[in-house]
Ligand binder design. Structure first.
Ligand SMILES: Nc1ncnc2c1ncn2[C@@H]1O[C@H](COP(=O)(O)OP(=O)(O)OP(=O)(O)O)[C@@H](O)[C@H]1O
Ligand SMILES: [Mg+2]
Length: 267
């Protein structure tokens, strides 16, 4: 546990805009996430979901507006944030062991420095246990399946016991059983450790039973709130100014129809 920094607002954005060069990707973002909230971030390709994560990680400055993360300005390398990126570039001849990769998630530890202390090893093994992957500890990364890799990267993100977890499409590559397992796992981490998790996905439906909030990014705008408040025809139609239909089947599955893909607007 952290002796300081028990702030209740984990992420807070006002009038936030994201963009590259002269081009805004989205704007007018007002949102706030508290401790222990599970948030899905959804929206079409190119809407600016990964860009949001890059700003939270301090890799990119806000285009406009203000953003605070864990009570402070976003900064690079913050060990209180666990991050699983969207793409993993792992060659099949990568022979780093899973245990070693997970250890890299410990703050301040880098390849070549710091011998593997007993404590580090225990922490890394515990993180592998948390994702049910201890048996992969000594397997080379290059020899893992896509789904196994996703779990190892999640272990790396969890090993430093973060307060904020950013998961960029962790469900891609997973079969239905693994998808269900991973969502339960993230949900357990959120509920038992009070971690705030933002998870980017293309299909909201498997997430709905677990979510506290949803953030919908499309056409340069963002809607955030409880799923049954945001995911309605009325609220999305009002936000986007075009007719948006939110359809639900008898099982509660949602489909969103009518929001075009957005290619940004030049200021
Ligand atoms: N480094 C960059 N320089 C300029 N434009 C960029 C850069 N990175 C991303 N973009 C553009 O910003 C927009 C948002 O990209 P982003 O990666 O955030 O989308 P996304 O919602 O994560 O999409 P996907 O679902 O495909 O992962 C896209 O139009 C993309 O082309
Ligand atoms: Mg992305």
């Amino acid at each position: 546990m952290h002796p300081i920094g028990r702030e209740t607002r984990i992420v807070e954005a006002e009038s936030l805009a994201a963009g590259y060069g002269q081009r805004a990707v989205w704007r007018d973002g007002f949102f706030s996430f508290g401790r222990g909230e599970f948030v899905a971030v959804i929206g079409p390709n190119g809407a600016g979901k990964t860009t949001l994560f890059r700003m939270l990680l301090g890799l990119q400055r806000p285009f406009a507006g203000s953003l605070s993360v864990l009570g402070d300005e976003p900064r690079r390398g913050n060990p209180r944030i666990g991050y699983v990126p969207q793409r993993h570039l792992i060659d099949s001849d990568t022979n780093i062991e899973c245990l070693e990769l997970v250890r890299l998630g410990l703050s301040g530890k880098r390849w070549g420095f710091n011998p593997f202390s007993t404590r580090d090893r225990e922490d890394a093994l515990a993180a592998l246990d948390a994702v049910s992957a201890r048996e992969l500890a000594h397997r080379p990364l290059g020899a893992l399946s896509g789904g196994e890799l996703q779990r190892i990267f999640l272990a790396e993100a969890l090993v430093s016991n973060p307060d904020l977890l950013l998961l960029d499409e962790p469900l891609s590559n997973l079969d239905i059983r693994r998808e269900t397992d991973l969502l339960h796992l993230v949900n357990d981490v959120v509920r038992s450790r009070g971690v705030t998790a933002l998870l980017i996905a293309h299909n909201i439906n498997p997430l709905l039973p677990h979510l506290d909030k949803v953030m919908y990014i499309a056409n340069g705008k963002i809607a955030t709130g409880k799923p049954n408040e945001v995911l309605t025809s009325e609220s999305l139609t009002a936000l986007y100014g075009v007719q948006v239909e939110v359809l639900r089947d008898p099982h509660g599955n949602v489909a969103i129809i009518g929001v075009e893909e957005h290619h940004g607007d030049v200021l």
